[in-house]
Design a protein around this ligand. Structure first.
Ligand code: FES
Ligand code: FES
Length: 159
Protein backbone atom coordinates (compact mmCIF):
# COMPACT_ATOMS: atom_id res chain seq x y z
CA UNK A 1 0.00 0.00 0.00
CA UNK A 2 1.31 3.47 -0.90
CA UNK A 3 1.41 6.27 1.61
CA UNK A 4 2.00 10.02 1.19
CA UNK A 5 4.73 11.35 3.42
CA UNK A 6 6.37 14.73 3.85
CA UNK A 7 9.99 14.79 4.88
CA UNK A 8 12.81 17.28 5.03
CA UNK A 9 15.57 15.72 2.98
CA UNK A 10 18.96 17.40 3.10
CA UNK A 11 17.27 20.63 4.15
CA UNK A 12 14.51 20.60 1.50
CA UNK A 13 10.86 19.88 2.19
CA UNK A 14 9.87 16.97 -0.02
CA UNK A 15 6.58 15.17 -0.56
CA UNK A 16 6.76 11.54 -1.55
CA UNK A 17 4.34 8.74 -2.24
CA UNK A 18 5.96 5.55 -1.07
CA UNK A 19 5.10 1.92 -0.50
CA UNK A 20 4.93 1.71 3.32
CA UNK A 21 7.36 -1.18 3.46
CA UNK A 22 9.91 0.35 1.10
CA UNK A 23 13.15 0.60 3.03
CA UNK A 24 14.61 4.06 3.46
CA UNK A 25 17.86 2.84 1.89
CA UNK A 26 16.03 1.72 -1.27
CA UNK A 27 13.93 4.87 -1.33
CA UNK A 28 17.05 7.04 -1.24
CA UNK A 29 19.06 5.07 -3.77
CA UNK A 30 16.52 3.69 -6.21
CA UNK A 31 13.71 6.25 -6.21
CA UNK A 32 15.36 9.53 -5.29
CA UNK A 33 18.76 8.82 -6.85
CA UNK A 34 20.87 9.62 -3.79
CA UNK A 35 23.35 6.81 -4.27
CA UNK A 36 25.98 8.07 -1.82
CA UNK A 37 24.36 5.94 0.89
CA UNK A 38 25.66 2.41 0.42
CA UNK A 39 24.21 -1.01 0.99
CA UNK A 40 26.59 -3.46 2.63
CA UNK A 41 24.85 -6.20 4.57
CA UNK A 42 21.21 -5.11 4.36
CA UNK A 43 20.69 -6.49 7.87
CA UNK A 44 21.82 -3.71 10.22
CA UNK A 45 25.31 -5.10 10.82
CA UNK A 46 27.77 -2.99 8.80
CA UNK A 47 26.79 0.69 9.05
CA UNK A 48 27.42 1.40 5.35
CA UNK A 49 23.86 2.71 5.02
CA UNK A 50 24.02 5.16 7.96
CA UNK A 51 22.05 8.40 7.57
CA UNK A 52 20.84 10.91 10.14
CA UNK A 53 17.17 10.67 11.06
CA UNK A 54 16.00 13.57 13.22
CA UNK A 55 19.67 14.19 14.03
CA UNK A 56 20.45 10.63 15.12
CA UNK A 57 22.40 8.04 13.13
CA UNK A 58 20.33 5.10 11.90
CA UNK A 59 20.82 2.16 9.59
CA UNK A 60 18.62 3.11 6.66
CA UNK A 61 18.34 -0.56 5.67
CA UNK A 62 16.19 -1.11 8.77
CA UNK A 63 13.76 1.83 8.46
CA UNK A 64 10.43 1.57 6.68
CA UNK A 65 9.50 4.57 4.55
CA UNK A 66 5.94 4.52 5.87
CA UNK A 67 7.30 5.55 9.29
CA UNK A 68 8.96 8.70 7.99
CA UNK A 69 6.18 11.27 7.79
CA UNK A 70 7.51 14.51 9.29
CA UNK A 71 11.08 13.24 9.54
CA UNK A 72 14.25 15.20 9.00
CA UNK A 73 16.71 13.10 6.99
CA UNK A 74 20.31 13.97 6.18
CA UNK A 75 22.37 11.83 3.82
CA UNK A 76 25.97 12.12 2.73
CA UNK A 77 24.80 14.39 -0.11
CA UNK A 78 23.60 16.89 2.51
CA UNK A 79 26.72 16.87 4.67
CA UNK A 80 28.71 19.66 3.07
CA UNK A 81 28.34 23.19 4.41
CA UNK A 82 27.31 25.40 1.48
CA UNK A 83 29.81 24.73 -1.29
CA UNK A 84 32.48 23.48 1.13
CA UNK A 85 33.15 19.97 2.30
CA UNK A 86 32.27 19.42 5.95
CA UNK A 87 35.46 19.39 8.10
CA UNK A 88 34.98 15.69 8.75
CA UNK A 89 34.94 14.98 5.00
CA UNK A 90 38.09 17.02 4.48
CA UNK A 91 39.86 15.30 7.38
CA UNK A 92 39.02 11.82 6.05
CA UNK A 93 40.60 12.76 2.71
CA UNK A 94 43.66 14.42 4.24
CA UNK A 95 44.33 11.68 6.80
CA UNK A 96 43.82 8.71 4.46
CA UNK A 97 40.60 7.60 6.15
CA UNK A 98 39.21 6.73 2.72
CA UNK A 99 40.51 3.76 0.77
CA UNK A 100 37.96 1.83 -1.30
CA UNK A 101 35.34 4.26 0.04
CA UNK A 102 32.54 1.77 0.50
CA UNK A 103 32.19 2.39 4.23
CA UNK A 104 32.97 6.10 3.98
CA UNK A 105 29.57 7.72 3.72
CA UNK A 106 28.32 5.72 6.69
CA UNK A 107 31.49 6.51 8.65
CA UNK A 108 31.12 10.20 7.89
CA UNK A 109 27.49 10.35 8.97
CA UNK A 110 28.28 8.49 12.17
CA UNK A 111 31.25 10.79 12.83
CA UNK A 112 29.13 13.89 12.25
CA UNK A 113 26.52 12.59 14.70
CA UNK A 114 29.25 12.00 17.29
CA UNK A 115 30.76 15.47 16.84
CA UNK A 116 27.34 17.15 17.01
CA UNK A 117 26.85 15.54 20.40
CA UNK A 118 30.42 15.53 21.70
CA UNK A 119 32.76 18.20 20.30
CA UNK A 120 35.82 16.81 22.10
CA UNK A 121 35.62 13.01 21.94
CA UNK A 122 38.38 10.79 23.31
CA UNK A 123 39.86 8.05 21.13
CA UNK A 124 37.69 5.57 23.05
CA UNK A 125 34.58 7.69 22.39
CA UNK A 126 35.35 7.68 18.66
CA UNK A 127 36.07 3.96 18.52
CA UNK A 128 32.84 3.27 20.43
CA UNK A 129 30.80 5.56 18.14
CA UNK A 130 32.03 3.86 14.96
CA UNK A 131 31.97 0.35 16.40
CA UNK A 132 28.91 -0.50 14.27
CA UNK A 133 30.56 0.79 11.07
CA UNK A 134 32.74 -1.85 9.48
CA UNK A 135 35.76 -0.97 7.36
CA UNK A 136 37.71 -3.70 5.60
CA UNK A 137 40.49 -1.43 4.34
CA UNK A 138 41.88 1.18 6.70
CA UNK A 139 42.50 -0.59 10.01
CA UNK A 140 40.52 2.28 11.64
CA UNK A 141 43.56 4.23 12.94
CA UNK A 142 43.38 6.78 10.11
CA UNK A 143 39.63 7.13 10.53
CA UNK A 144 40.04 7.81 14.25
CA UNK A 145 42.73 10.41 13.52
CA UNK A 146 40.47 12.05 10.93
CA UNK A 147 37.63 12.36 13.43
CA UNK A 148 40.04 13.84 16.01
CA UNK A 149 41.32 16.35 13.44
CA UNK A 150 37.80 17.30 12.38
CA UNK A 151 36.81 17.77 16.02
CA UNK A 152 39.78 20.10 16.53
CA UNK A 153 38.89 22.14 13.44
CA UNK A 154 35.24 22.44 14.46
CA UNK A 155 36.25 23.55 17.97
CA UNK A 156 38.65 26.14 16.51
CA UNK A 157 35.87 27.49 14.27
CA UNK A 158 33.62 27.93 17.28
CA UNK A 159 36.21 29.69 19.46
S1 FES B 1 23.53 -2.10 4.82
FE1 FES B 1 22.54 -1.28 6.55
S2 FES B 1 23.75 -1.87 8.24
FE2 FES B 1 24.67 -2.87 6.52
S1 FES C 1 37.63 2.27 3.05
FE1 FES C 1 37.13 0.33 2.18
S2 FES C 1 35.70 -0.52 3.57
FE2 FES C 1 36.39 1.28 4.56
Amino acid sequence: MKKKIQVTLNGKKTELEVPSHRLLLDLLRDEIGLTGTKEGCGTGDCGACTVLLNGKPVNSCLIFSGELDGADIVTIEGLKIGPEMHPVQRAFVQDGGVQCGYCTSGMLMMSKALLDENPDPSEDDIRFAISGNLCRCTGYAKIVKAVQDAARELRNRRS
